[in-house]
Design a protein around this ligand. Structure first.
Ligand code: UDP
Length: 375
C-alpha cells in the first residue's frame, strides 16, 4: 500500500510519529509537510526527537490568512498527489493542512483516512471546528479517538467507515514518558528541581494559542493578569502567535514576575514538565488530554472542549478567559475521583489504524462515498 501522509503543524508531527512507525513496517509512506509551522522549535525538533522520517516534500506554505493558506496548500498537495498516485491519503486533526489534504485527495478520487475524526467543540467560530467538520464529511475512513467522537459523527449522519481506535497521542505519550524522565533536564534548566521523592512540583505549566484568546487584547490581558495573581511559578512556553500578540498589546515586557516565558519546548521537555506540574493552564486540545493522562489537574482557558471526557470527575474545568474564574479554579480545584485510564486507548491506536487501513484497502473492498462494502 502506498500512503501519502499530510502534516503541517506541531500536534500533527506528534500524532504522526507512532502511526508512521507502524505504517512503514509494511507499507510505503510519502510524507508531505505543508510548512504551516516552520520555526525549528515548532517543527524540526519534533522530527529529530521523535525520529519521524524527513518529509519527502516540504511545501513551504508558511503563515497567511485562512483562505489563502488553505488554498495554496490545496494547489500544492494536488500536484504531489497527481505525481505520487497513492492508494490513500492520511490526514490528522483539525488544521488547515488537514482540510487541504483531505479536499485535494477526495477531488482526485483518492481514499481519505482521517485520524482524530469526530471531535466537536460545537463552536463554529473556531477555524479548527470548520476544518474538522469538512474533513470528516469527505473522509472514507474515520478513526475516532473516543466513543463521543463516534456519536458526534452518527449525529451528522456519518456511520460508514467509522472506527473507534483510541487516540494516537496516547501512543506517543506512553512511548515517550519514560524516555523523557531519563533524558530531560528541563526542570533543572528552569530551576524547578523537585524535592526528593516529591512527584509534583510547586509550579504551573501554561500554554495559550487559540485565536479566541490571542487575537483579542481583552482576553490575552485577562489571562496574563490571572497568571500574575496565581502567584506560584508559571512556566509558559509561548507559541509564536502568542508572542506576536503579547508584543502587539504591550504585555511582553511587563509580564508578572512569577511567569517564566520560554520558547516552545521540545516534546520530551514538555511531557516531563507537565508530568511533574502542580496544575496545567491551557487552551490547547492536546495538552488538556495529556494533563488527564498524566494525572495533573487542568484549568482550560476556553468555554468549550472537544475532549469532554476530561471534564468528568473534575480533572479538567472550563473557565474561558475570565480572570476571576481562572484564579479561583487554579487555587482551589481538586479532582473528585480517579481518572479512567483507558478512556483514550491503551497506546495501541497506531497499530490498529494501520491494520484497518490495510484491510480496507485490499482488492475486493469497494468504497463508495464514505462507505466500505466487502464485495
Ligand atoms: N507541546 C510541545 N511543546 C510546547 C507546547 C506543546 O511539545 O511548548 C505539545 C503538547 O505536549 C501536545 C501538543 O504539542 O502534545 C499540542 O499541540 P498544540 O497545543 O500546539 O495544538 P492543539 O492540541 O491545541 O491542536
Amino acid at each position: 500500500m502506498k500512503i501519502v501522509t499530510i502534516v503541517g503543524a506541531r500536534p500533527q508531527f506528534i500524532k504522526c510519529a507512532p502511526v508512521s512507525r507502524a505504517l512503514r513496517a509494511e507499507h510505503e509512506e510519502i510524507l508531505v509537510h505543508t510548512g504551516q509551522h516552520y520555526d525549528a522549535n515548532m517543527s524540526e525538533v519534533f522530527f529529530t526527537e521523535l525520529a519521524i522520517p524527513a518529509p519527502d516534500y516540504n511545501l513551504g506554505i508558511g503563515s497567511g490568512p485562512q483562505g489563502e493558506q488553505t488554498g495554496r496548500m490545496l494547489a500544492e498537495i494536488e500536484k504531489v498527489l497527481q505525481k505520487e498516485q497513492p492508494d490513500m491519503v492520511l490526514v490528522y486533526g483539525d488544521t488547515n493542512s488537514t482540510l487541504a489534504g483531505a479536499l485535494a485527495a477526495v477531488k482526485l478520487h483518492i481514499l481519505v483516512a482521517h485520524v482524530e475524526a469526530g471531535l466537536r467543540s460545537f463552536d463554529r467560530s473556531m477555524p479548527e471546528e470548520i476544518n474538522r467538520i469538512m474533513a470528516d464529511h469527505i473522509s472514507d475512513l474515520l478513526f475516532c479517538p473516543t466513543q463521543t467522537a463516534v456519536d458526534n459523527l452518527a449525529a451528522e449522519g456519518i456511520t460508514k467507515g467509522v472506527y473507534l481506535t483510541g487516540d494516537v497521542m496516547v501512543d506517543a505519550l506512553l512511548y515517550n514518558t519514560g524516555i523523557a524522565e531519563q533524558s530531560s533536564t528541563v526542570l533543572e534548566d528552569l530551576n524547578l528541581e523537585l524535592e526528593q521523592d516529591l512527584v509534583k512540583g510547586e509550579y504551573y505549566v501554561a500554554t495559550v494559542h487559540r485565536a479566541s484568546n490571542t487575537d483579542t487584547e481583552k482576553n490575552l490581558s485577562s489571562i496574563v493578569e490571572a497568571f500574575g495573581e496565581i502567584g506560584l511559578p508559571i512556566v509558559f512556553p509561548a507559541h509564536p502567535r502568542t508572542v506576536k500578540y503579547l508584543k502587539e498589546y504591550g504585555l511582553y515586557d511587563r509580564l508578572p514576575e512569577n511567569i517564566t516565558l520560554t520558547e516552545p519546548l521540545p516534546y520530551l521537555d514538555m511531557l516531563h514538565l507537565m508530568r511533574h506540574a502542580k496544575m496545567i493552564l491551557t487552551d490547547s486540545g492536546g495538552v488538556q488530554k495529556e494533563a488527564y493522562i498524566l494525572k495533573v489537574p487542568c484549568v482550560t482557558l476556553r468555554e468549550n472542549t472537544e475532549w469532554v471526557e476530561t471534564l468528568d470527575d473534575g480533572w479538567n474545568v472550563l473557565v474561558g478567559a475570565n480572570r476571576e474564574r481562572i484564579v479561583d479554579m487554579a487555587r482551589r480545584m481538586v479532582p473528585n475521583a480517579q481518572q479512567q485510564m483507558d478512556l483514550f486507548g491503551k497506546g495501541e491506536s497506531a497499530v490498529r489504524i494501520c491494520e484497518l487501513m490495510q484491510s480496507l484497502s485490499l482488492p475486493g473492498t469497494k468504497i463508495t462515498g464514505s462507505s466500505f462494502q466487502q464485495k
